[in-house]
Design a protein around this ligand. Structure first.
Ligand code: PLP
Length: 394
């Protein structure tokens, strides 16, 4: 079908799309009547399903009261909701800069890090995605970076955490580049689309030590990992390290409104008391995004939500164990409801789709990221279908 708009990250003539008739919780029904179980939270953002009533209620109330605002306007609940976010992050001493999505969060974190340190270079992993704007894409190391010829010299790559002597080599790279030139290291706490890889606690703590030794800021990209995705409220909570900046988006509104945030430490917040914050967006702290986030903060504190989440995280592990018995499965990496399954061959995503499963299919890999509100019965049904497709393609 020829469309009057672009489909992202693909040749337009090959672009796969489908027509949606309706959504209900974690299922999508196409206009052909196919019921799909969403096993990927759309693009890793539908943490709370596709139409969570609590988020919708808050957005509707906002639309009926103060639907838009100046970035400077303090509308009811703006302060209270922000304090709630800080409390939930266990980072009350810092401060929030609001954005309209993940790339904008990364972009503003990079700008603040460069401004605060008066240094320019950023260190980042090769196996990474940080967003599609020029700064975020420069930090990105996957295929999308060279495709856009991002400016040379902005970013220097460090070894992957699982490489031999990764920290020693990172130290050497810092010395070669010159610590006096390096503003920050930006790392996805756990990679999403690039295969659910993370460093060990020792690696993270070693990395933080290098940051302290060389006066380099640590930016943690939590765009995928935030808001209960990986078994804890935030990814950084697994590793006991103190980031200087944290990038948030996606789950912050469960994908219901484009929104994001950057958390900065107190020392950065203090700096901007007397220095101009040269960052801004027309839709800064947009009331509809804030209202959706308010809904999210209500949901994540709900006892029933938490009980179901812990339950389905366990069911997920049990279902993944069953997949391990299939000869096509090479390796499974899982944190909470974020999982990559490496396969011995590529399976066309259409095969899962035709069975009623919506997931990310890559070369020799599938990624499963079910919404956090999925029920046991839908999860086992979905995982059963994934099993069937894998078994049919051994
Ligand atoms: C880790 C990470 N950071 C940043 C982004 C960019 O977010 P957005 O697409 O909302 O700009 C993404 C998007 O997938 C992501 O996975």
């Amino acid at each position: 079908m020829k469309l009057p708009y672009y489909i992202s990250w693909t040749k337009q003539k090959d672009a796969a799309s489908f027509e949606i008739a309706s959504v209900d919780g974690v299922t999508i029904t196409t206009t052909d009547g196919l019921r799909l179980i969403d096993m990927t939270s759309i693009s890793y953002q539908a943490h709370f399903g596709h139409n969570h009533p609590t988020i919708i209620k808050h957005i509707k109330e906002q639309l009926d009261t103060i639907p838009m605002s100046s970035p400077k306007g303090i509308y009811p609940h703006k302060n209270e909701t922000t304090y709630k976010l800080l409390q939930y992050m266990k980072k009350e001493d810092g401060k929030i800069f609001y954005t309209t999505g993940g790339a904008e969060s990364v972009e503003n974190a990079l700008k603040m890090a460069r401004d605060f340190t008066k240094k320019k270079i950023v260190l980042a992993r090769s196996n990474s995605y940080h967003g599609a704007t020029l700064g975020a894409l420069s930090a990105t190391g996957d295929w999308r970076n060279p495709a856009h010829m991002t400016p040379e010299g902005w970013v220097v790559r460090i070894p992957e955490p699982n490489e031999k002597e990764a920290l020693k080599k990172t130290r050497e790279i810092i010395l070669q580049t010159g610590a006096e030139n390096i503003a920050a290291i930006i790392i996805e706490t756990i990679t999403g689309g690039n295969g659910v890889y993370s460093g060990t606690k020792e690696w993270w703590q070693g990395l933080k030590k290098l940051c302290v030794e060389f006066n380099i800021l640590l930016i943690m990209d939590e765009v995928v990992c935030g808001f209960e995705r990986t078994g804890l409220s935030f990814g950084y909570m697994h590793y006991d390290v103190e980031p200087d900046l944290i990038c948030l988006a996606k789950g912050i509104t469960g994908g219901m409104i484009p929104f994001g945030a950057v958390w900065t430490s107190k020392k950065i917040a203090d700096y901007y008391e007397d220095n101009i914050l040269c960052c801004g967006l027309t839709n800064y702290a947009h009331p509809l995004g804030m209202a959706a986030m308010r809904g999210v903060l209500e949901i994540v504190h709900d006892k029933k939500f938490q009980e179901n989440l812990k339950h389905v995280e366990n069911i997920f592990k049990i279902e993944l164990e069953k997949l391990k018995s299939l000869s096509i499965v090479k390796e499974i990496r899982v944190h909470g409801l974020l999982c990559a399954i490496d396969l011995k061959k590529t399976i066309d995503g259409k095969k899962f789709f035709q069975k009623g499963i919506y997931l990310v299919s890559q070369t020799n890999r599938i990624i499963l990221v079910p919404p956090l509100v999925i029920t046991e019965s839908l999860l086992t049904e979905g995982m059963g279908k994934v099993y069937e497709v894998l078994e049919e393609n051994l």
